[in-house]
Design a protein around this ligand. Sequence first.
Ligand SMILES: [Zn+2]
Length: 400
Amino acid sequence: MKKYLRLILEIVLGLLLAGALAFGYWSYTGKNHVMHELTDASEGMDEAKEELEKLTKELEEAKEKAEELEPAAKQLAAVKDSFSNGVVLQDYEAFIKAQKGPVTSERQLGLGALRLLTKGPEDAETVSAFQKALEMAEWSSRLKSICAAQNALAAAGQKVKVLADCAADKDDKAHGKKGGHAVHWDYAGEMGPENWGDEFPTCGKGMKQSPLNITGPFEKSKDTLVVNYKEGPLKIVNNGHTIQVNVEPGSTLKINKEVYNLLQFHFHRPSEEQIDGKPMAMVIHFVHKNAEGKLAVLGVLLNEGKDNAEISTLWNNAPKSEGPEVVVEKVKFNPGNLVPAAMTHYSYEGSLTTPPCTEGVNFYILKTTVDIAKKQVVDFPFKRNARPVQPANGRKINAN
Ligand SMILES: [Zn+2]
């Protein structure tokens, strides 16, 4: 088995690349398919025509790329036979299972590539393996044009299924807006927090939503927190709503005896949480998941004061506008340097503070704040990305 594992590892290294290429090629063909349907649907539809023009341009660019990818795709077809018995896939699945911590996006992509080679693109699990890899790697921006096409088709009354899970803005017509745009949400205007519930029901109807205004009387918190974050390569993304740093497996937060893995951390300006009705300059949310999939967020409030060197490192490498994750090869970053030593905290049960506002997330907001310079606050590329405080609905806030 050991000997075999080595072989698999070598194959998988190749697959990481092959998987990316295959997906690029595959998503091009998917786009092409949508394009054909869109052509049919667009007759007499001004909005759909607009989308079509946009898509034509994108498709042209994609075509050039796809041509570059063709040899790789052929190569894939050539090695496909050696995978068809499924043994390699089985062993790789076992290999992933044997790894500690959550599956990395690269391994998930490898899994997708192996599935593609073994079961082909029609297999439902192949599709979901790639979709999962996409979600994990925040590559969804690549699929924007497909979503635009899907929504244009939906606006034209067609039922379509495309690769991406694009939530269509069903209310576009009712609101009398120009159709054809994927649901996005925002921190102001028509797509602002007070309307998130239209598209994401939990945001509107949930009874345990975050953030909260933290104010007494408090219950006694019995939880002990131990942070053990490790240095790793800097993977940073501007996802259009915040600056987020994605973290490799190995950094943990222990809540009592339960181990939570740090997935990512991101920023809000001003802080979403308020203390006695007042927000701080910013907050960092460290998002963790345990083996059962339960989420826990550690909040570190940023107070306007001294310059923060760690934040300078992040801001210097953060993409100024929305786009895919950037891996900054030469920068190693330790998230632990952003966390104060004292772990005294407020805690409460809450939710994701962005759509879909899923509940069952435990929040731990540290009492000790960390400094950030006024200029650094101003340099954060989002002027305001904080959800307003939500009703407590009888929830108790704990403190220690
Ligand atoms: Zn957050």
